[in-house]
Design a protein. Structure first.
Length: 149
């Protein structure tokens, strides 16, 4: 019993690591280059589907420009090739934007290597989005592309 409790506590502490992974779930649909639909299996709003707006980045609108279509396609490619299961670090300051979308940094785990890809930063470094810093808990100028999990 005590061992089970210790394991549960250690797993819980790992889940909310320095990167505050507050939810784990599945990307169910990419809306555009900076918005997706997410189903939460664990943590924040577990058992619910909701829209997620990538924190502190901006991609061109998919319906208006070829660049927007390319940004959306890149995001779909990433999830189709490396998995649809992600962690969210939800903004602790505002939580949602004025459209009701949950504002978060999205992390794609690569379990074998022990790291997760910061998808927000990947979009910026790959040229599919630009930094659009808002007043929130995040500082996109200090993000790392890879974080330990």
């Amino acid at each position: 019993m005590l061992v089970s409790l210790v394991v549960f506590i250690l797993l819980s502490l790992g889940f909310v690591s320095a990167y505050e992974f507050q939810a784990y779930g599945k990307v169910t649909r990419v809306v555009d280059g900076d918005t997706l639909w997410f189903y939460s299996y664990y943590g924040y709003r577990a058992g619910e589907s909701f829209k997620v707006r990538f924190a502190d980045i901006n991609a061109p609108p998919e319906i208006y420009t070829p660049e927007g279509q390319e940004s959306k396609a890149a995001l779909e490619w990433l999830f189709d090739n490396y998995g649809h299961y992600v962690y969210l670090d939800v903004d602790d300051v505002y939580e949602t934007d004025h459209y009701g979308r949950v504002v978060a940094v999205v992390y794609l785990p690569f379990w074998y290597y022990g790291y997760a890809l910061n998808v927000n930063e990947w979009l910026v470094e790959s040229g599919y989005a630009s930094i659009w810093d808002h007043y929130n808990e995040f500082n996109p100028y200090t993000w790392s592309l890879w974080v330990p999990i």
